[in-house]
Design a protein around this ligand. Structure first.
Ligand code: UGA
Length: 438
Protein backbone atom coordinates (compact mmCIF):
# COMPACT_ATOMS: atom_id res chain seq x y z
CA UNK A 1 0.00 0.00 0.00
CA UNK A 2 1.11 3.54 -0.67
CA UNK A 3 0.43 5.56 2.44
CA UNK A 4 0.82 9.30 2.94
CA UNK A 5 0.86 10.87 6.39
CA UNK A 6 -0.11 14.52 6.39
CA UNK A 7 1.46 15.95 9.53
CA UNK A 8 4.74 14.57 10.88
CA UNK A 9 4.18 15.37 14.51
CA UNK A 10 3.93 12.77 17.22
CA UNK A 11 1.05 10.71 15.83
CA UNK A 12 1.93 11.07 12.15
CA UNK A 13 5.56 10.18 12.63
CA UNK A 14 5.05 7.19 14.92
CA UNK A 15 2.21 5.79 12.80
CA UNK A 16 4.04 6.44 9.53
CA UNK A 17 7.24 4.80 10.67
CA UNK A 18 5.40 1.78 12.05
CA UNK A 19 3.41 1.34 8.81
CA UNK A 20 6.71 1.46 6.91
CA UNK A 21 8.17 -1.10 9.29
CA UNK A 22 5.28 -3.39 8.37
CA UNK A 23 6.30 -3.11 4.72
CA UNK A 24 4.07 -0.33 3.37
CA UNK A 25 5.50 2.54 1.30
CA UNK A 26 5.11 5.64 3.43
CA UNK A 27 5.66 9.34 2.79
CA UNK A 28 5.52 11.62 5.84
CA UNK A 29 4.62 15.18 4.91
CA UNK A 30 4.95 18.33 6.93
CA UNK A 31 4.75 22.03 6.18
CA UNK A 32 7.72 22.82 8.41
CA UNK A 33 10.72 22.53 6.12
CA UNK A 34 13.26 22.43 8.95
CA UNK A 35 11.50 19.42 10.47
CA UNK A 36 11.50 17.51 7.17
CA UNK A 37 15.17 18.34 6.54
CA UNK A 38 16.05 17.19 10.06
CA UNK A 39 14.13 13.92 9.59
CA UNK A 40 15.95 13.26 6.32
CA UNK A 41 19.17 13.61 8.30
CA UNK A 42 17.97 11.22 10.98
CA UNK A 43 17.24 13.95 13.54
CA UNK A 44 13.97 13.12 15.33
CA UNK A 45 12.06 16.16 16.59
CA UNK A 46 10.51 14.33 19.57
CA UNK A 47 11.78 12.02 22.26
CA UNK A 48 10.19 8.60 21.91
CA UNK A 49 12.09 5.45 22.86
CA UNK A 50 13.02 3.34 19.81
CA UNK A 51 11.75 5.83 17.24
CA UNK A 52 15.14 6.97 15.94
CA UNK A 53 16.31 3.44 15.13
CA UNK A 54 13.03 2.63 13.39
CA UNK A 55 13.18 5.83 11.31
CA UNK A 56 16.75 5.10 10.31
CA UNK A 57 16.20 1.50 9.25
CA UNK A 58 13.04 2.20 7.27
CA UNK A 59 14.47 5.33 5.66
CA UNK A 60 17.55 3.36 4.57
CA UNK A 61 15.36 0.54 3.28
CA UNK A 62 13.55 3.08 1.09
CA UNK A 63 10.11 2.37 2.53
CA UNK A 64 9.95 5.70 4.36
CA UNK A 65 10.48 9.15 2.91
CA UNK A 66 9.88 12.73 4.01
CA UNK A 67 8.56 15.65 2.01
CA UNK A 68 7.05 19.12 2.21
CA UNK A 69 5.27 18.61 -1.11
CA UNK A 70 1.78 17.47 -0.09
CA UNK A 71 0.37 17.40 -3.63
CA UNK A 72 3.12 15.13 -4.96
CA UNK A 73 2.88 12.84 -1.94
CA UNK A 74 -0.90 12.51 -2.23
CA UNK A 75 -1.13 12.05 -6.00
CA UNK A 76 -0.45 8.29 -6.11
CA UNK A 77 -1.38 7.38 -2.56
CA UNK A 78 -3.96 4.68 -1.80
CA UNK A 79 -4.50 6.04 1.68
CA UNK A 80 -3.88 9.51 3.08
CA UNK A 81 -3.89 9.93 6.85
CA UNK A 82 -4.60 13.34 8.31
CA UNK A 83 -2.47 13.56 11.44
CA UNK A 84 -2.19 17.30 11.93
CA UNK A 85 -2.62 19.08 15.26
CA UNK A 86 -6.01 19.86 16.80
CA UNK A 87 -5.07 22.22 19.64
CA UNK A 88 -7.64 23.60 22.08
CA UNK A 89 -8.99 26.79 20.57
CA UNK A 90 -8.09 29.83 22.61
CA UNK A 91 -10.98 31.02 24.72
CA UNK A 92 -13.57 28.26 24.39
CA UNK A 93 -11.72 24.93 24.66
CA UNK A 94 -13.17 23.59 21.39
CA UNK A 95 -10.75 21.61 19.22
CA UNK A 96 -9.32 23.88 16.53
CA UNK A 97 -9.96 22.11 13.22
CA UNK A 98 -8.46 24.65 10.85
CA UNK A 99 -5.40 22.48 10.13
CA UNK A 100 -7.59 19.45 9.46
CA UNK A 101 -9.77 21.36 7.03
CA UNK A 102 -6.79 22.90 5.26
CA UNK A 103 -5.23 19.45 4.84
CA UNK A 104 -8.53 18.02 3.51
CA UNK A 105 -8.75 20.81 0.94
CA UNK A 106 -5.23 20.22 -0.34
CA UNK A 107 -5.69 16.45 -0.44
CA UNK A 108 -8.91 16.83 -2.46
CA UNK A 109 -7.14 18.93 -5.05
CA UNK A 110 -4.17 16.58 -5.36
CA UNK A 111 -5.69 13.09 -5.22
CA UNK A 112 -6.10 10.90 -8.30
CA UNK A 113 -8.07 7.64 -8.49
CA UNK A 114 -9.87 6.14 -5.51
CA UNK A 115 -8.27 7.47 -2.32
CA UNK A 116 -9.15 6.76 1.27
CA UNK A 117 -8.71 9.80 3.49
CA UNK A 118 -8.38 8.86 7.14
CA UNK A 119 -8.61 11.25 10.07
CA UNK A 120 -6.16 10.08 12.70
CA UNK A 121 -6.01 13.42 14.49
CA UNK A 122 -8.33 13.49 17.50
CA UNK A 123 -11.41 15.23 16.12
CA UNK A 124 -14.85 15.95 17.56
CA UNK A 125 -17.90 14.01 16.47
CA UNK A 126 -19.07 15.10 13.05
CA UNK A 127 -15.64 16.17 11.79
CA UNK A 128 -15.62 13.34 9.23
CA UNK A 129 -18.82 14.76 7.71
CA UNK A 130 -17.25 18.19 7.66
CA UNK A 131 -14.04 16.86 6.03
CA UNK A 132 -16.19 15.15 3.41
CA UNK A 133 -17.99 18.44 2.72
CA UNK A 134 -14.70 20.34 2.42
CA UNK A 135 -13.39 17.71 0.00
CA UNK A 136 -16.51 17.76 -2.18
CA UNK A 137 -16.38 21.54 -2.28
CA UNK A 138 -12.68 21.67 -3.16
CA UNK A 139 -12.91 18.98 -5.84
CA UNK A 140 -16.36 17.63 -6.75
CA UNK A 141 -14.72 15.05 -9.04
CA UNK A 142 -12.53 13.49 -6.35
CA UNK A 143 -13.17 9.79 -5.70
CA UNK A 144 -12.58 9.84 -1.97
CA UNK A 145 -13.96 7.97 1.05
CA UNK A 146 -13.49 9.63 4.44
CA UNK A 147 -12.73 7.30 7.33
CA UNK A 148 -12.16 7.84 11.06
CA UNK A 149 -9.33 5.85 12.66
CA UNK A 150 -8.40 7.27 16.07
CA UNK A 151 -5.05 6.53 17.65
CA UNK A 152 -4.56 5.17 21.14
CA UNK A 153 -0.79 5.67 21.48
CA UNK A 154 0.75 6.57 24.82
CA UNK A 155 3.78 8.81 24.73
CA UNK A 156 6.82 6.85 25.78
CA UNK A 157 5.27 3.53 24.74
CA UNK A 158 3.91 4.57 21.35
CA UNK A 159 5.72 2.04 19.15
CA UNK A 160 4.65 -0.86 21.27
CA UNK A 161 1.11 0.49 21.47
CA UNK A 162 1.04 0.79 17.69
CA UNK A 163 2.37 -2.68 17.05
CA UNK A 164 0.39 -4.43 19.77
CA UNK A 165 -2.86 -2.51 20.14
CA UNK A 166 -5.83 -3.66 22.23
CA UNK A 167 -7.99 -2.78 19.23
CA UNK A 168 -8.01 -0.79 16.00
CA UNK A 169 -11.14 1.30 15.60
CA UNK A 170 -12.19 2.09 12.04
CA UNK A 171 -15.19 4.29 11.37
CA UNK A 172 -16.69 3.85 7.92
CA UNK A 173 -19.52 2.06 6.18
CA UNK A 174 -18.00 2.43 2.69
CA UNK A 175 -17.30 -1.08 1.38
CA UNK A 176 -14.30 -0.05 -0.73
CA UNK A 177 -12.78 1.84 2.19
CA UNK A 178 -13.30 -1.16 4.49
CA UNK A 179 -11.30 -3.35 2.11
CA UNK A 180 -8.47 -0.79 1.88
CA UNK A 181 -8.31 -0.36 5.67
CA UNK A 182 -8.18 -4.14 6.15
CA UNK A 183 -5.22 -4.21 3.80
CA UNK A 184 -3.49 -1.33 5.64
CA UNK A 185 -3.82 -3.10 8.99
CA UNK A 186 -3.34 -6.66 7.72
CA UNK A 187 0.17 -6.95 9.21
CA UNK A 188 -1.24 -6.06 12.62
CA UNK A 189 -4.28 -8.26 12.40
CA UNK A 190 -1.82 -11.10 11.85
CA UNK A 191 -0.62 -10.13 15.36
CA UNK A 192 -4.22 -10.78 16.44
CA UNK A 193 -5.04 -7.10 16.86
CA UNK A 194 -8.81 -6.91 16.52
CA UNK A 195 -10.19 -4.55 13.88
CA UNK A 196 -13.38 -2.97 15.10
CA UNK A 197 -15.53 -1.44 12.37
CA UNK A 198 -18.30 1.01 13.18
CA UNK A 199 -19.94 4.16 11.82
CA UNK A 200 -17.73 7.22 11.51
CA UNK A 201 -19.37 9.30 14.24
CA UNK A 202 -19.24 6.38 16.65
CA UNK A 203 -15.54 5.95 15.96
CA UNK A 204 -14.91 9.65 16.60
CA UNK A 205 -16.71 9.46 19.92
CA UNK A 206 -14.88 6.27 20.98
CA UNK A 207 -11.62 8.24 21.08
CA UNK A 208 -13.00 10.96 23.36
CA UNK A 209 -15.02 8.58 25.51
CA UNK A 210 -11.92 6.39 26.01
CA UNK A 211 -9.65 9.24 27.08
CA UNK A 212 -12.36 10.81 29.25
CA UNK A 213 -12.99 7.49 30.98
CA UNK A 214 -9.28 7.02 31.72
CA UNK A 215 -9.00 10.61 33.00
CA UNK A 216 -12.02 9.95 35.22
CA UNK A 217 -10.51 6.70 36.50
CA UNK A 218 -7.31 8.49 37.51
CA UNK A 219 -9.29 11.29 39.13
CA UNK A 220 -11.39 8.77 41.02
CA UNK A 221 -8.36 7.07 42.54
CA UNK A 222 -6.84 10.47 43.35
CA UNK A 223 -9.93 11.35 45.39
CA UNK A 224 -9.84 7.95 47.07
CA UNK A 225 -6.18 8.73 47.92
CA UNK A 226 -7.25 11.92 49.67
CA UNK A 227 -9.83 9.98 51.64
CA UNK A 228 -7.22 7.32 52.52
CA UNK A 229 -5.09 10.04 54.07
CA UNK A 230 -8.03 11.09 56.27
CA UNK A 231 -9.22 7.67 57.33
CA UNK A 232 -5.84 5.93 57.65
CA UNK A 233 -5.99 3.62 54.63
CA UNK A 234 -3.57 2.80 51.80
CA UNK A 235 -4.66 3.81 48.31
CA UNK A 236 -2.30 1.37 46.59
CA UNK A 237 -3.98 -1.53 48.32
CA UNK A 238 -7.43 -0.07 47.64
CA UNK A 239 -6.44 0.19 43.94
CA UNK A 240 -5.20 -3.37 43.93
CA UNK A 241 -8.24 -4.60 45.80
CA UNK A 242 -10.70 -3.04 43.39
CA UNK A 243 -8.54 -3.61 40.30
CA UNK A 244 -8.62 -7.37 40.77
CA UNK A 245 -12.28 -7.15 39.86
CA UNK A 246 -12.09 -7.63 36.08
CA UNK A 247 -15.04 -5.30 35.60
CA UNK A 248 -12.89 -2.49 37.03
CA UNK A 249 -9.40 -3.51 35.87
CA UNK A 250 -6.08 -2.74 37.53
CA UNK A 251 -4.71 -0.19 35.04
CA UNK A 252 -4.85 3.59 35.45
CA UNK A 253 -5.41 3.39 39.17
CA UNK A 254 -2.12 4.96 40.26
CA UNK A 255 -2.79 7.91 42.50
CA UNK A 256 -0.55 10.88 41.86
CA UNK A 257 -0.36 14.62 41.25
CA UNK A 258 -3.09 14.63 38.57
CA UNK A 259 -3.04 13.80 34.90
CA UNK A 260 -1.26 16.04 32.37
CA UNK A 261 -0.01 15.75 28.81
CA UNK A 262 -1.24 16.73 25.40
CA UNK A 263 -4.27 14.45 25.37
CA UNK A 264 -6.34 14.02 28.53
CA UNK A 265 -6.58 17.72 29.46
CA UNK A 266 -7.40 18.77 25.88
CA UNK A 267 -9.73 15.88 25.05
CA UNK A 268 -11.76 16.05 28.27
CA UNK A 269 -12.28 19.76 27.68
CA UNK A 270 -13.30 19.22 24.05
CA UNK A 271 -15.77 16.48 25.05
CA UNK A 272 -17.32 18.77 27.66
CA UNK A 273 -17.76 21.48 25.01
CA UNK A 274 -19.25 19.09 22.45
CA UNK A 275 -21.66 17.71 25.06
CA UNK A 276 -22.75 21.22 26.00
CA UNK A 277 -23.24 22.16 22.35
CA UNK A 278 -25.50 19.16 21.86
CA UNK A 279 -27.35 19.97 25.10
CA UNK A 280 -26.28 16.71 26.67
CA UNK A 281 -23.90 17.93 29.38
CA UNK A 282 -21.35 15.50 30.78
CA UNK A 283 -21.23 16.48 34.42
CA UNK A 284 -18.90 13.63 35.36
CA UNK A 285 -16.27 14.88 32.95
CA UNK A 286 -16.83 18.55 33.85
CA UNK A 287 -16.15 17.61 37.45
CA UNK A 288 -13.16 15.47 36.50
CA UNK A 289 -11.60 18.47 34.73
CA UNK A 290 -12.21 20.74 37.72
CA UNK A 291 -10.87 18.25 40.28
CA UNK A 292 -7.74 17.59 38.24
CA UNK A 293 -7.04 21.32 37.80
CA UNK A 294 -7.29 21.88 41.55
CA UNK A 295 -5.20 18.86 42.35
CA UNK A 296 -1.98 20.21 40.88
CA UNK A 297 -1.84 23.20 43.20
CA UNK A 298 -3.10 21.03 46.06
CA UNK A 299 0.10 18.99 45.64
CA UNK A 300 2.11 22.15 46.31
CA UNK A 301 0.08 22.66 49.50
CA UNK A 302 0.95 19.09 50.44
CA UNK A 303 4.65 19.89 50.07
CA UNK A 304 4.24 23.08 52.09
CA UNK A 305 2.45 21.15 54.86
CA UNK A 306 5.22 18.52 54.86
CA UNK A 307 7.72 21.35 55.29
CA UNK A 308 5.99 22.42 58.49
CA UNK A 309 3.57 24.93 56.98
CA UNK A 310 5.98 27.23 55.14
CA UNK A 311 8.52 27.01 52.33
CA UNK A 312 9.55 30.67 52.50
CA UNK A 313 13.30 30.85 52.00
CA UNK A 314 13.53 27.07 51.77
CA UNK A 315 15.25 25.14 49.02
CA UNK A 316 12.96 22.58 47.39
CA UNK A 317 14.41 19.97 45.01
CA UNK A 318 12.01 18.77 42.31
CA UNK A 319 12.72 15.40 40.73
CA UNK A 320 10.98 14.98 37.36
CA UNK A 321 9.28 17.70 35.32
CA UNK A 322 7.62 16.04 32.33
CA UNK A 323 3.96 14.98 32.63
CA UNK A 324 5.10 11.37 32.76
CA UNK A 325 8.37 9.43 32.20
CA UNK A 326 9.96 8.58 28.84
CA UNK A 327 8.95 11.78 27.12
CA UNK A 328 10.26 15.32 26.86
CA UNK A 329 6.69 16.63 26.82
CA UNK A 330 5.93 19.29 29.41
CA UNK A 331 2.40 20.11 28.25
CA UNK A 332 0.01 20.47 31.21
CA UNK A 333 2.59 18.76 33.43
CA UNK A 334 1.66 18.89 37.14
CA UNK A 335 5.21 20.12 37.83
CA UNK A 336 4.33 23.49 36.26
CA UNK A 337 1.58 24.35 38.76
CA UNK A 338 3.46 22.77 41.66
CA UNK A 339 6.63 24.79 41.03
CA UNK A 340 4.66 27.97 40.41
CA UNK A 341 2.79 27.57 43.70
CA UNK A 342 5.98 26.79 45.63
CA UNK A 343 7.64 29.87 44.19
CA UNK A 344 4.57 31.97 44.99
CA UNK A 345 5.06 30.85 48.57
CA UNK A 346 8.68 31.95 48.66
CA UNK A 347 10.52 28.69 47.90
CA UNK A 348 13.77 28.49 45.95
CA UNK A 349 13.25 25.68 43.42
CA UNK A 350 15.95 23.39 42.06
CA UNK A 351 14.98 20.74 39.52
CA UNK A 352 16.20 17.87 37.40
CA UNK A 353 14.56 15.88 34.61
CA UNK A 354 16.31 13.46 32.21
CA UNK A 355 14.60 14.85 29.07
CA UNK A 356 12.31 17.72 29.98
CA UNK A 357 14.60 20.54 31.07
CA UNK A 358 14.89 22.21 27.69
CA UNK A 359 11.12 22.51 27.32
CA UNK A 360 10.82 23.42 31.01
CA UNK A 361 13.14 26.40 30.62
CA UNK A 362 10.62 28.07 28.29
CA UNK A 363 7.66 27.36 30.57
CA UNK A 364 8.86 27.86 34.11
CA UNK A 365 10.05 30.92 35.95
CA UNK A 366 13.46 31.05 37.60
CA UNK A 367 14.44 27.47 38.41
CA UNK A 368 17.97 26.18 39.05
CA UNK A 369 18.55 23.08 36.96
CA UNK A 370 20.93 20.33 38.03
CA UNK A 371 22.38 17.27 36.35
CA UNK A 372 20.96 14.58 38.63
CA UNK A 373 18.99 13.94 41.80
CA UNK A 374 22.02 14.47 43.99
CA UNK A 375 23.19 17.80 42.63
CA UNK A 376 19.76 19.41 43.15
CA UNK A 377 19.41 17.96 46.65
CA UNK A 378 22.50 19.59 48.13
CA UNK A 379 21.35 21.65 51.13
CA UNK A 380 17.70 21.08 50.13
CA UNK A 381 14.95 21.24 52.74
CA UNK A 382 12.79 18.77 50.85
CA UNK A 383 13.02 16.45 47.86
CA UNK A 384 9.80 16.13 45.84
CA UNK A 385 9.43 13.26 43.38
CA UNK A 386 7.00 14.50 40.72
CA UNK A 387 7.65 12.19 37.72
CA UNK A 388 8.51 8.52 38.15
CA UNK A 389 11.45 8.16 35.73
CA UNK A 390 13.29 4.82 36.07
CA UNK A 391 16.42 6.75 37.06
CA UNK A 392 14.64 7.88 40.25
CA UNK A 393 13.54 4.44 41.39
CA UNK A 394 16.70 3.42 43.23
CA UNK A 395 17.94 6.62 44.87
CA UNK A 396 20.85 6.37 47.28
CA UNK A 397 19.16 7.75 50.41
CA UNK A 398 22.31 7.54 52.47
CA UNK A 399 24.06 9.83 50.00
CA UNK A 400 21.06 12.16 49.85
CA UNK A 401 20.82 12.38 53.63
CA UNK A 402 24.46 13.38 53.87
CA UNK A 403 23.96 16.37 51.59
CA UNK A 404 20.39 17.52 52.29
CA UNK A 405 19.66 20.20 54.84
CA UNK A 406 16.59 18.29 55.98
CA UNK A 407 15.94 14.65 55.00
CA UNK A 408 12.37 14.87 53.75
CA UNK A 409 10.91 13.04 50.73
CA UNK A 410 7.52 13.92 49.27
CA UNK A 411 6.85 11.07 46.87
CA UNK A 412 3.97 12.18 44.67
CA UNK A 413 4.09 8.95 42.63
CA UNK A 414 4.32 6.45 45.50
CA UNK A 415 7.53 5.01 44.08
CA UNK A 416 9.02 4.06 47.45
CA UNK A 417 7.85 1.96 50.36
CA UNK A 418 7.81 4.20 53.42
CA UNK A 419 10.07 1.91 55.48
CA UNK A 420 12.79 1.88 52.83
CA UNK A 421 13.03 5.65 53.08
CA UNK A 422 12.45 6.16 56.81
CA UNK A 423 15.09 3.62 57.80
CA UNK A 424 17.64 6.05 56.34
CA UNK A 425 16.38 8.73 58.69
CA UNK A 426 14.09 10.39 56.16
CA UNK A 427 10.64 11.74 56.82
CA UNK A 428 8.35 10.31 54.13
CA UNK A 429 5.09 11.58 52.61
CA UNK A 430 3.40 9.59 49.84
CA UNK A 431 -0.02 10.05 48.24
CA UNK A 432 -2.92 8.36 50.03
CA UNK A 433 -0.75 6.06 52.09
CA UNK A 434 -1.68 6.90 55.63
CA UNK A 435 -2.43 3.30 56.47
CA UNK A 436 0.21 1.34 54.66
CA UNK A 437 3.67 0.91 53.38
CA UNK A 438 4.46 -1.68 50.75
C1 UGA B 1 -3.17 9.00 26.54
C2 UGA B 1 -3.87 7.63 26.41
O1 UGA B 1 -3.39 6.74 27.42
C3 UGA B 1 -3.61 7.04 25.04
O2 UGA B 1 -4.34 5.81 24.89
C4 UGA B 1 -4.08 8.04 23.98
O3 UGA B 1 -3.85 7.57 22.67
C5 UGA B 1 -3.34 9.34 24.15
O4 UGA B 1 -3.60 9.85 25.48
C6 UGA B 1 -3.84 10.29 23.09
O5 UGA B 1 -5.03 10.65 23.12
O6 UGA B 1 -3.09 10.61 22.17
P1 UGA B 1 -0.66 9.81 27.10
O7 UGA B 1 -1.26 11.18 27.28
O8 UGA B 1 0.57 9.68 26.29
O9 UGA B 1 -1.75 8.80 26.49
O10 UGA B 1 -0.27 9.29 28.56
P2 UGA B 1 -0.87 8.33 29.68
O11 UGA B 1 0.06 7.22 29.91
O12 UGA B 1 -2.27 7.97 29.39
O13 UGA B 1 -0.82 9.31 30.95
C7 UGA B 1 -1.59 10.51 31.01
C8 UGA B 1 -1.45 11.16 32.36
O14 UGA B 1 -2.12 10.40 33.35
C9 UGA B 1 0.00 11.29 32.87
O15 UGA B 1 0.16 12.56 33.46
C10 UGA B 1 0.13 10.17 33.87
O16 UGA B 1 1.09 10.43 34.85
C11 UGA B 1 -1.27 10.15 34.46
N1 UGA B 1 -1.63 8.85 35.06
C12 UGA B 1 -1.78 7.74 34.29
C13 UGA B 1 -1.84 8.77 36.43
O17 UGA B 1 -1.72 9.78 37.17
N2 UGA B 1 -2.23 7.57 36.97
C14 UGA B 1 -2.39 6.45 36.21
O18 UGA B 1 -2.73 5.39 36.78
C15 UGA B 1 -2.14 6.54 34.85
Amino acid sequence: MRITMVGSGYVGLVSGVCFADFGHDVICVDKVEAKIEALKNGVIPIYEPGLDALVESNYKAGRLSFSTDLAAAVKDADVVFIAVGTPSRRGDGHADLSYVHAAAREIAQASTGFTVVVTKSTVPVGTGDEVERVIREANPEADIAVVSNPEFLREGAAIDDFKRPDRIVIGTTDERAIEVMKEVYRPLSLNAAPLFFCERRTSELIKYAGNAFLAMKITFINEIADLCERVGADVQKVAKGIGMDKRIGEKFLHAGPGYGGSCFPKDTLALVKTAQDFESPMRLIETTVAINDNRKRAMARKVIAACGGSVRGKKIAILGLTFKPNTDDMREAPSISIIQALQDNGAEVHAYDPEGMEAARDLLGPVNYGQDAYSISEKADALVLVTEWDAFRALDFRRLKATMNNPLLVDLRNVYPKTEVTRHGFEYHGVGRAGGDA
